[in-house]
Design a binder for this molecule. Structure first.
Ligand SMILES: [Zn+2]
Ligand SMILES: [Zn+2]
Length: 987
């Protein structure tokens, strides 16, 4: 038989929302109904409960509707309409009383029966049966009394039909506190705490005075939505109406303050109570346990024992929770003794709590012992043990225990699966994880939120971003953790683009991001190098009050550093209250990588002042900074620190040290460290070979190359750059050719542009321009700009105007109009005294808008780097000039003649001499000589190539002052000693 309302789909229409409204308004709405709906029995007006009874008898059925598929209003209407007279439904108790004796029983007695039946239905949450009783009352026109009204409200509330319950209340002629409380309780019991509070306010507005149950319910609602401020208002109300010392109100207050983290207030209320029963004690002990105050929970428990209130296993479980949360083994063991003494040792509930204590206190063995003592394992104890093994990092044991569990009759639940998936994540075996996923499907937990969250995390951690996203999409109600786990996967090259989209979607769906959200999304920004989006995220962080969060702050520093925004990065860094070694390292490495090595070194010193111990990554980052600006003294300090802290054995640190010493001009120190190292990797070999090559120690470079091959290492492309440039510096033409050819014939490598440039360099430095020409033709290098730059450089040295002009033309053709092209060309003309051409080139240069890069040299004196720009200012510039004049006079005695032909300006010879004296490397040298420098060696670094005049000057100064001068120019190192240079004037 078809349900009467099965065909009446009209109920989906919005006009039927009038059922929500108070009856007085219904009339008004009914006037606006479309005519086709006003057919008699289905007329909305006749459907209003409590008003009609006669028309509701026609369609009856023995089959009750299936509640899940139909809306509440359909249901209530239908059942109210068809009173089940003459039919029997076994589940409705005492039906015979309804049908046979209803005429004889007086209405009072009948109402009493209705009320008690409704109470029964409320307990069983039997909505349909209760509605039938309600319908019966309407049909028979029995006037309800206040008890019946309250029973109705209670029944509808408990069955979850709040709207009906509310409507009944509105219908009541006299609303009393009992009926209001029943309604509020119904809302709160279903988790609608905000509505519960709103109803309480409405009740007070209507002038109804609350009783102890109303207050307790309202306080419960406050604790559910953590609304402590409204809870305090209710507290005041309780004092006003003298209900504070009621047990219900008192426990609810203790519970509220405890849940909202106001433990002190909870304690105060508790101790104000005239007596403390077990419930009250349990609430307070649990509150202390929840916030991790294990000591407090234990102390309270001791007081409880003293007060001779009996404790239950729930009390013990709360105390144990406290011990677990505060990792308090001593108290945990004491409670364990009490558990044994009270004879509930084998209780599953308590055993699981005890397993948790031992697990949190890292005593997995004890937890296992306890677990195996349990004779009858249930799902709680299995899950607790698996969770324990997982949390303590024994993921394979957790997987084994799950395997054992599968061989018992106990079925796993969502908690078991969450732990097993987490173990599978740590276990690192994706295949196993996937089999667990299949198992989850089989047991029907695929829609459980915590299980899905664990699965998303597992897939993301294994880099299976698509699978993780698929689990997320299948979720019915993803929570914040689900979104966070999803976001955590979007940080590698392929998936980082999904990060921002997902983040926006999450915000649009009303989720409030937390610390984990921001850490993940900032990682996406770092991978994307998207600073614009990164700044938007930063704004969101501030909006969500997480600007001071340490972890978020660290992620911000990392993001800004990766995006090379060091200013923003430093601002985020400075705002952090506690900075760990990771954050310092990010900042230091960031500065080193963005050519701000001075700041890197400064920060490194500050870090040590703040007592944070650097690790191998910090030291490596700082050393690379030292190499860049050749801060030798800082580098040496780092070296001694690495020895003291035992970091020297780290391969990265020692490689960075070799690199630093080589780049700072201390090639001997680099070699010493290199030789002391036990194992070498290819990076280290290359560092050493290129180091020797830069220092003009070609013989050593080739020797090291041979040693490397002897130890069984295969050279790579970098090795050959080092070897070929060594041959170039030493003028080893044939040797260079041999190595170049071996690249492809012996090692199967295809030479890159750098290698061709080295080869061209070898030939052109030696002035073999015909060979250069044929090599360029043969290797099809005519369109390789760096090759022509090399040729142009060599032409300048050999004053080859013809070939030089060709090289420059080629470079202009290839759009490589860097300033150096113009300068080199004009140098060639200048060296030949062809000033007209020089003028033309200079004019061309300025019309193109390319400016000459100013020469810049720096020298480190007493741990401080001094920078000199040619013709620039320095606090000691006058003393420097005096020193240079003095040196000039001394040098002229040993035959020094300034090479004025190298001055490109068409000015008087005197001016040219002055001009030469303003070269930055000379300024740096003079400053090093006048300052109180402890070191015998003077190390000067220059951003351009050293000029021939300065080279000559340095050689002679090294002789007359008996100091070793080391100059690193853009290409190589020159070691000036006793009047000669290590480059043998070949550079
Ligand atoms: Zn110079
Ligand atoms: Zn030299």
């Amino acid at each position: 038989m078809e349900c009467s309302f099965g065909s009446s789909r009209v109920w989906n229409l919005p006009c039927f929302q009038f059922l929500f409204l108070p009856i007085s308004q219904v009339q008004f709405f009914s006037l606006q109904l479309p005519t086709n709906l006003s057919c008699d029995s289905k007329s909305p007006l006749t459907l209003v409960p409590f008003k009609t009874s006669s028309s509701a008898t026609t369609h009856c059925t023995t089959q009750l509707p299936r509640p899940t598929s139909i809306s509440t209003h359909e249901r209530s209407w239908a059942i109210t309409k068809r009173i089940p007279s003459g039919t029997r439904h076994s589940s409705i108790p005492h039906r015979q009383n309804f049908e046979e004796g209803h005429k004889d029983v007086n209405s009072k007695l009948r109402l009493k029966q209705y009320s008690s039946l409704l109470g029964d239905c409320a307990l069983r949450e039997a909505l349909n049966e209760g509605m039938a009783i309600h319908g019966h009352q309407i049909k028979n026109g029995v006037d309800p009394d206040s008890r019946f009204w309250t029973s109705l409200i209670n029944f509808y509330s408990k069955c979850g039909d709040h709207n009906y319950a509310r409507q009944v209340l509105d219908e009541m002629p006299e609303q009393d506190v009992v009926s209001w409380t029943a309604l509020i309780q119904g809302f709160v019991a279903q988790g609608n705490c905000e509505e519960g509070i709103a109803l309480f306010c409405e009740m007070r507005k209507n002038g109804v005075r609350p009783n102890e149950f109303t207050l307790a319910t309202c306080l419960k609602a406050c604790s559910m939505c953590l609304d402590v401020s409204f809870g305090k208002q209710v507290h005041v109300e309780a004092i006003k109406i003298d209900l504070l010392f009621d047990m219900f109100v008192g426990s609810a207050l203790v519970n509220l303050y405890a849940k909202c983290g106001e433990i002190d207030l909870a304690d105060k209320v508790f101790f104000c109570m005239p007596e403390q029963n077990e419930v009250l004690w349990n609430v307070l002990i649990n509150a202390h346990a929840e916030v991790g105050d294990g000591k407090g929970a234990f102390r309270l428990f001791c007081n409880m024992l003293k007060s001779e209130v009996e404790f239950s296993k729930f009390t013990l479980s709360s105390v144990l929770k406290g011990c677990a949360n505060s990792e308090d083994l001593i108290d945990g063991r004491a409670v364990h003794c009490l558990v044994i003494k009270s004879g509930c040792e084998l209780d599953n509930f308590l055993s699981s709590s005890l397993i948790d204590v031992y697990s949190k206190c890292d005593l997995v063995g004890d937890a296992l012992k306890l677990f195996f003592m349990i004779t009858d394992h249930d799902v709680v104890s299995w899950s607790a043990m698996i969770a324990c093994l997982d949390q303590q990092g024994h993921s394979s044991e957790a997987a084994k225990l799950f395997y054992l569990m599968r061989h018992t009759s106990v079925e796993p639940n969502q908690f078991t699966f969450s732990s097993v998936v987490s173990a599978a994540t740590e276990y690192g075996d994706l295949h196993y994880g996937e089999s667990i996923h299949a198992c989850i499907f089989k047991y029907g937990f695929k829609l459980d939120t915590s299980v899905s969250n664990a699965l998303i995390r597992m897939y993301m951690k294994h880099g299976c971003v698509r699978d993780g996203a698929r689990v997320f999409e299948a979720m019915a109600r993803p929570d914040l953790t689900s979104w966070n786990n999803l976001l955590s996967g979007f940080h590698d090259y392929d998936s980082c683009e999904s990060g921002p989209k997902t983040f926006y979607k999450m915000l649009a769906e009303g989720f409030r991001p937390n610390m984990y959200t921001f850490i993940s999304i900032l990682r996406s920004c770092s991978s994307l190098l998207d600073i614009v989006f990164g700044k938007q995220v930063h704004a969101q962080i501030l909006k969500n009050n997480l600007g001071g969060n340490e972890y978020v702050g660290t992620a911000l520093v990392d993001m800004y550093t990766k995006c090379r925004c060091m200013e923003e990065s430093y601002m985020a860094f400075a705002r952090l209250i506690s900075r760990d070694v990771f954050t310092w390292t990010v900042m230091i490495t960031g500065y080193a990588q963005t050519d701000q090595a001075e700041k890197a070194i400064k920060l490194f010193n500050l870090m040590q002042q703040e007592g944070v111990m650097p690790n191998e990554f910090t030291v490596t980052g700082c050393l690379s900074g030292c190499s860049q600006i050749t801060a030798t003294e800082s580098g040496m300090q780092l070296h001694s620190m690495a020895i003291k802290s035992g970091l020297l054995s780290d391969m990265y640190v020692s490689s960075a040290l070799v690199d630093m010493y080589a780049k700072c001009g201390c090639i001997e120190d680099a070699e010493t460290i290199f030789k002391a190292l036990v194992g070498h990797d290819i990076v280290l070999w290359n560092t050493m070979i290129c180091g020797f090559s830069m220092h003009g120690r070609g013989d050593k470079a080739l020797e090291t190359f041979q040693a490397m091959k002897d130890e069984g290492y295969l050279p790579d492309e970098v090795t050959f750059i080092g070897i070929l440039s060594a041959c170039s510096h030493m003028g080893l033409i044939e040797e260079g050719k041999k190595h170049f050819n071996s690249m492809s014939y012996v090692y199967g490598m295809t030479p890159r542009d750098e290698h061709y440039a080295c080869m061209v360099d070898i030939l052109s430095r030696a002035g073999r321009f015909e060979e250069v020409e044929s090599f360029v033709e043969e290797m099809k290098l005519t369109s390789n700009a760096s090759v022509w730059e090399t040729i142009l450089g060599a032409c300048t040295k050999h004053r080859n105007v013809k070939f030089g002009e060709r090289a420059a033309e080629k470079l202009f053709e290839l759009n490589r109009e860097t300033d150096s092209t113009y300068i080199l060309l004009s140098n060639i003309f200048a060296s030949k005294g062809r000033w007209a051409e020089v003028k033309r080139i200079r004019a061309l240069l300025s019309s193109q808008g390319v400016k000459k890069e100013p020469g810049c040299s720096w020298v480190e004196i007493n741990n401080q780097v001094h920078v000199f720009v040619s013709g620039g200012a320095h606090p000691n510039i006058q003393e420097i000039h005096l020193k240079l004049d003095e040196l000039g006079q001394k040098l002229s005695l040993v035959g020094y003649v300034p090479q004025i032909e190298h001055v490109l300006h068409n000015v008087q010879d005197n001016e040219k001499k002055k001009h030469l004296n303003r070269h930055s490397e000379k300024l740096a040298l003079a400053f090093a000589l006048i300052s109180n420098n402890r070191m015998k060696k003077i190390r000067i670094f220059k951003n351009l190539r050293i000029c021939s005049d300065c080279h000559n000057f340095m050689k002679l100064v090294s002789d007359i002052t008996d100091r070793e001068i080391i100059v690193r120019d853009i290409n190589r190192f020159h070691h000036f000693k006793e009047g000669s240079c290590s480059c043998k004037d070949y550079w």
